[in-house]
Design a protein around this ligand. Structure first.
Ligand code: C2O
Ligand code: CU
Length: 458
């Protein structure tokens, strides 16, 4: 039954009369993890059964002003225990959503109140953090945007979430989440890529200026991206403004990474703006927007840097504590080195448990942290990738910078792609006390051993 317009009007005026305290307990504050159904594949295909926040994929967008408090009651209506991680937010450790490290897992039928105030403006996301190889692949993620006090002047603020699904011919999620081949190789790569835009505009106009927020929520796929019909600059990565915006070219988003761009629509009326994923000559459209007309060709100012966030950037790392992280394991060479020659003795049992990747010779969480530092101190972590695959290393609760070979510092990030054979050093000033997970965001690698943690003492 549909509500009549009259009923809606009545509802609206009744709502306006309620005291604010009652209104703020409305269902919009509930994030219910549950089974849902979406039209994932356009056209005549069957609906796809998913797990989503409030039943949708992506889950409801959370958008708040910088400095505003976020309160969400997670209600677990899944057939599995769960928890929510707020990816990239430098919030209170108790709210970080890592079962076994920062909170108890939320059992089936139970709930948990998340309550935090994000300090930084930018493009973030949230996702399930229990059995995430399965839960994120089934759709448990959403966008979280913290708006600047003085946002850049644009005609349209557009978010495009990019994802990778492994579907059966019946367009259902392939439920082989623990296939040894995926775990030992590049992770669970899909056979169907998908982009979602919000707002899902029908078209754009030539000469419009857009803010484009790109988020890769795939569990394993590194996405080289190409933009057609747009030109402009990257203004932020992983939610943190670049000091100097750089031209929008050679875009690569590893799992969990984000990128904010400010771009002008430069394509011709009648053509399309495209966001594509691929490489060389093979490109697949994740999203396209028709250019339906022309906006006035008013002179635009140059693209400015976004206002910076209240975070300490690196200044001097000489003399800082340094703890190396060596990645080993996986298929194709690394396995023998990492496991047969590493400190782990019971190889057969290890592989049986699906623990096939190691950090410093150990698969999975250790009782002692990888490193412990006091608040205000700087920690350096040179990361050596001695495996045959790239890994997207994510540190919870803190942003880091790369220490470049010439001694300069890269942009603030929360997730760094380390290619096979590379050694890349990161460092950060520890500002946020707590126990912070540090893991590969190729989620089957995480499940198969690539996780550790860093302790920041108050
Ligand atoms: Cu986006 Cu530990 O995760
Ligand atoms: Cu990995």
């Amino acid at each position: 039954m549909n509500l009549t317009r009259r009923q809606l009007m009545q509802g609206a005026s009744a709502l306006a009369l309620l005291p604010t305290a009652v209104r703020s307990a409305a269902s919009s504050d509930v994030l219910e993890a549950r089974i849902g159904e979406i039209q994932l594949v356009d056209g005549d295909f069957p609906m796809t059964k998913v797990w989503g926040f409030n039943g949708g994929v992506p889950g409801p967008e959370i958008r708040v002003a910088q400095g505003a408090r976020v309160q969400r009651r997670l209600v677990n209506s899944l057939p599995q225990a769960t928890a929510v991680h707020w990816h990239g937010l430098r919030i209170d450790n108790k709210m970080d959503g890592v079962p076994g490290l920062t909170q108890e897992v939320v059992p089936i039928g139970q709930d948990f109140d998340y309550d935090f105030t994000p300090p930084d403006a930018g493009t973030f996301w949230y996702h399930a953090h229990n059995q995430s190889t399965e839960q994120v692949a089934r759709g448990l993620f959403g966008v979280l945007i913290v708006e600047e006090d003085q946002p850049p002047e644009v005609d349209l603020d557009l978010t495009v979430v990019v994802d990778d699904w492994r579907l059966t011919p019946e367009t259902q999620i392939n439920d082989g989440f623990d296939q040894a081949h995926d775990w030992t190789h590049a992770g669970r790569l899909g056979n169907f890529i998908k982009g979602w835009a919000a707002p899902d505009v029908a078209g754009v106009m030539k000469n419009q200026r857009l803010r484009l927020r790109l988020i890769n929520v795939a569990t394993a796929r590194v996405m080289p991206l190409r933009l057609t019909g747009l030109s402009g600059r990257i203004v932020a990565v992983d939610g943190m403004p670049l000091l100097q915006p750089v031209p929008a070219q050679d875009l690569v988003l590893a799992p969990a990474q984000r990128m904010d761009l400010i771009v002008d629509v430069t394509g011709d009326v009648g053509s399309s703006v495209l966001v594509e994923m691929g490489h060389a000559k093979e490109w697949y459209a994740l999203k396209d927007f028709k250019i339906t007309g022309s906006a006035s060709n008013s002179k635009r100012g140059p693209i400015q840097a976004l206002p910076s966030n209240p975070i300490k950037r690196l200044r001097d790392v000489s003399g800082a504590q340094s703890v190396a992280l060596k990645m080993e394991g996986g298929a194709m060479g690394g396995l023998r080195q990492g496991i047969y020659q590493g400190r782990l003795m019971d190889t057969a049992k290890l592989v049986d448990n699906g623990q096939i990747w190691t950090f410093n010779g150990v698969a999975g969480m250790t009782d002692a942290p990888l490193a412990e530092i006091a608040k205000g101190e700087t920690l350096r972590i040179p990361i050596e990738n001695d495996t045959a695959f790239p890994h997207a290393m994510h540190l919870h609760g803190n942003h880091f910078q790369e220490v470049m070979p010439d001694g300069s510092f890269g942009p603030l990030r929360d997730t760094l792609l380390v290619e096979r054979g590379e050694t890349r050093e990161i460092a950060f000033v520890a500002e946020n006390p707590g126990d912070w997970l540090f893991h590969c965001h190729m989620l089957s690698h995480q499940a198969a051993g690539m996780r550790t943690w860093v302790k920041v003492s108050a």
